[in-house]
Write a protein that binds this ligand. Sequence first.
Ligand code: NAD
Length: 486
Amino acid sequence: MTYPTQPTASHFVNGAYLEDTTGTPLPVIYPATGHEIARLYMATPAVIEQALNAAKQAQAEWAALSGTERGRILRRAADMIRDRNHELSELETYDTGKPLQETLVADATSGADALEYFGGLAGSLTGEHIPLGDGNWAYTMREALGVCVGIGAWNYPTQIACWKAAPALACGNAMVFKPSETTPLCALKVAEILHEAGLPAGLFNVVQGAGEVGRSLVTDARVDKVSLTGSVPTGRKVYAAAAAEMKHVTMELGGKSPLVVFDDADIEDAVGGAILGNFYSSGQVCSNGTRVFVQKGIKEAFLTRLSERLRDAVIGDPMDEATSFGPMVSAGQLGIVERYIAKGQEEGARLVTGGKRLERDGFFIEPTVFADVSDDMVIAQEEIFGPVMCVLDFDDEAEVLARANETEFGLAAGVFTRDLARAHRMVAGFQAGTCFINSYNDAPVEMPFGGVKASGVGRENSKAAIEHYSQLKSVFVRMDAVEAPF
Ligand code: NAD
């Protein structure tokens, strides 16, 4: 099969594509068919060495440019991505299996937003002037960290690459990015476009590989910061490895987020929010509200309307723009989801709809809803990362808030109610980094995104991300005489 905008080699290093076929072969599987559509090679130590060296060498000169000059290149890349949105969206669909209906509006466009936003911000990154007594004063300088490593998950390969590259580059850093081994294609195009937009060689490098390649990047002495998007178990390993060398980290990890629907909510909106928060991208979204707490009075009405609307899901060829629900990313992820569905049935949850694999090629499974789920069931406690919604009942606000927070995760949380005072009370009580009132899963670049508890450290997007890709230098300036004791 041929696909559009084919990257021409496995890696992108020092401003150009780079191939090294002595690496372990990395087949790229199109999730809608299960067929191999490309074969890349994982990075050898020689490739990793070239990438880190290139980044190290290029960084200081890049940091010495004015922020406006750096930003101009990022904004040019944003425009190029928007111009090429259709082909990049098709590539995202080949990489992930997500329907084109989604990728056309959620992936390259979101990456472009990040490049535009941080490109715009780059010229205004400054320190402070701090007046002190006796005419003395201090100032701070906001400096780049140096070489940053980005490591991606497989659900949003273009977006993740851009959400890490844009603030890193805006602040004057260089980056070596390792995409997930499951979706290696899109980040290569991001690198290609950044360089076409004028990014000097060496500042954004892409190397392929699995955990082993990630590990060798994280532990390298040239690396100053690691930003990981991935699962909590991987996060623990990467954070520990980075801590050993006192490196900066951003950890964007998994979740099992609560979505609370009170009986005064607009049912259509609440059902819409629950659909977006469970079935978009076939449920492969970290912030999904997979524990849907519905107040008892509207439980059956909610389930009825949810089942009706799920019948309108168009499951099929992701390249057909009418398709609204695609396959899982891989056979492995499909197997994980099937095992959780079996577990839910075994645990006594009520299967309301879905639950079956589709009789066709590719990794398709139906959108699945369990009701009568209790807090102690495995399907209510563990991140499934697939299209499986757990509906739980509740009586009152204090009870549901306590139950919503009864988890090691803290990525996101949502509430649907017409009582806005209650909505704000709930949000104040949620132990979560990213919250939604009468909505779910919006992630505009202007808003900080990230988790608390085991779901992560640091924030992506917004001005908050600048704090995580730069450091302050404080300078005390004495204007009067130095008084020494002797
Ligand atoms: P994963 O943890 O298996 O892998 C993530 C990345 O880490 C991959 O690139 C992998 O190769 C790499 N890796 C694995 N072991 C490593 C090691 N020891 N050192 C360095 N790198 C290593 O996650 P996944 O299955 O690719 O993605 C799904 C997970 O990602 C889910 O838990 C999901 O919630 C999470 N996620 C979080 C966010 C967020 O922003 N919070 C966004 C998307 C996905």
